[in-house]
Design a protein around this ligand. Sequence first.
Ligand code: AMP
Length: 280
Amino acid sequence: MILVETTAAMRQLACDWRTAGQRLGLVPTMGYLHAGHLSLVREARRQAERVVVSIFVNPTQFGPREDFSVYPRDLAGDLRQCEQAGVDAVFAPATGDMYHPDHSTWVDELSLSSGLCGASRPGHFRGVATVVAKLFNIVQPEVAVFGRKDAQQAMVIQRLVRDLNFPVQVVVAEIVREADGLAMSSRNARLAPEDRHRAVCLAEGLAAAQAHFAAGQRDAQALKSAVAERLRAAGAEIDYVELVETGNLTPVERVEGPALLAVAARLGGVRLIDNCQLGE
Ligand code: AMP
C-alpha cells in the first residue's frame, strides 16, 4: 500500500494506473476509520481494480463553532486498517496542499443542501461539495463510494456529479451499526461512556417510528414524535427530526411514497446523525 501525501503525487499515481488500464475506486473519508468505512472499501474493491482511500479532515465543511480541532485523528491506525483491507493507496494531503491560502472557488449545491444538516450547519455542504469535486479532479476515479449514514451528503454528491458532468459512478453503501444499533461514526469516540450508552436512542427512535409505519401509521407528525420521544427520554438535545421525500428532501405531511426519516441530536455536546427509509 502506498501513502500519498501530495495532490501532485496522487494525480501522477492515478494517471499511471489509468494508463495501465486499471479502473479506480475512491472512498473519501475524514479518517479515524471504523467498520463502516471498511464496508465502503470492500464495495470499492468489488467495483474497481485499484482502491484509493482519502483521509482528509476537511476544514471548509466545519462551522466556526464546530468540532474541527477536536475531530478524532489517528493516521497510523488508519493506515494499518487500510493495509489489512487491501487498499492500494491512502491519499492524506496537508490542508495547505488542498487549499491554497487564497482559495476562492466553491461548489455550492443549492437545493438538496438547504434542509436537514444544511439548515443546522450553514456552509457545511458547500465545503463537502467543494472538497469532493477537488478529490474527483485529483484522483479521477471511475467509481466513488459513499455511505447512506450521511444520506443527504450522498444525494448532494449525486446531484453534483449529475449537474457538473463528473464522469464518476457514485455508489451508496448501507449503514453499518454497532451491536446495540448505534450507527458507526468517528465521532462516537468522543462520547463519554454514559453518553455512548444513551446514544442508542437515535437508532431506537428510528426503529420505533419504523414499527409505527409497519403498523399503518402514515402521519409524519406521529412518526417524528416517536423518534423525538425516545430522544428526549434519553436526555439527548434534538437538532432535528425530519421526514422528507427521498427524491428531493422536501418535508412530507403524510408518507405516500419513499420517504427518509432523518435525525440529528447531541449527547454531551457530540453531534450524531442517523436515518432510515420508510416505504419502498
Ligand atoms: P466520514 O469519515 O465520517 O466523513 O465518512 C466517510 C464516508 O463513510 C462517508 O461516505 C460516510 O457516509 C461513510 N460512513 C460513515 N459512517 C458510516 C457507517 N456507519 N456506515 C456506512 N458508511 C459510513
